[in-house]
Design a protein. Structure first.
Length: 245
């Protein structure tokens, strides 16, 4: 029990440090030379540094926190296969939501959930123009993978989720991935940190894909699948926005 309590304490202290650093960078970056134009990269450094520093102090390797490719075949299968199944459904739901939200009456609560200003630019289902596959789109995928997905997956799934699973072991597993409080808590912590850019409750919706990313980490012992799925999800949202707005 003391060991589990220590793991929980380490996870929460590391999270608090990352949250404070993220808020400070996002809200105060304008007054910091160079950082103001590279906030995302600065936040990525925070998410990479904390697990690395913790591993160094404990004489551990980052592979303990899922920073490895193996099992590569399963990581690729989950990281590519699950988005292939989930993202088309999400895309249909995305368009259906704005079809309802952007009508003249806005369908009440549904209209209130739309991002302010989006309906004015919504072109409708029949006017969709997907952006062409180009070098800029591939560059975006690379940036999302390296600057966003890998740092966030290392910190939230590789480090925080791993610590929480050690502190609160899952009572059941589905295809190898733990289902329990660690999954819920790590995903909630991930969602909350997204409020650093603004207190918009819509940003808490990232809780749901975070559940999937954390399950992938638990099922494979690696952040490979989660990082791939995370990057593809972000790029897919960008493509949807470019197509319909």
């Amino acid at each position: 029990m003391p060991a589990r309590a220590a793991e929980l304490r380490h996870a929460l202290v590391a999270y608090a440090a990352a949250l404070l650093a993220t808020v400070a960078l996002v809200q105060g970056a304008g007054g910091i030379p160079f950082v103001g134009d590279h906030v995302a990269a600065a936040v990525a450094v925070v998410f990479l540094y904390i697990p690395a520093a913790y591993a160094w102090r404990r004489n551990e390797d980052l592979s303990h926190y899922g920073f490895r490719l193996a099992p590569l075949r399963r990581g690729l299968a989950l990281g590519l296969g699950i988005p292939l199944l989930v993202l088309p459904v999400f895309g249909l739901g995305f368009v259906a939501f704005y079809e309802l939200a952007c009508q003249s009456d806005g369908y009440g609560v549904i209209g209130a959930l739309a991002v302010p200003g989006m309906c004015g630019a919504y072109d409708g289902w029949d006017s969709a123009e997907p952006p062409p596959l180009s070098l800029s789109l591939l560059e975006l995928l690379f940036v999302q993978l390296v600057v966003v997905a890998i740092p966030e997956e290392l910190f939230f799934r590789g480090f925080i989720h791993e610590k929480l699973e050690r502190a609160i072991p899952p009572k059941r597993r589905v295809f190898g991935g733990g289902i329990g409080w660690a999954l819920v808590i790590s995903s909630a912590l991930f969602a909350v940190v997204h409020l650093a850019t603004g207190l918009d409750p819509r940003r808490l919706a990232v809780f749901f894909p975070a559940l999937l990313f954390a399950w992938m980490r638990s099922a494979t012992g690696s952040i490979t699948a989660g990082a791939i799925a995370h990057a593809l999800s972000n790029v897919s949202l960008h493509v949807l926005e470019q197509s319909y707005f």
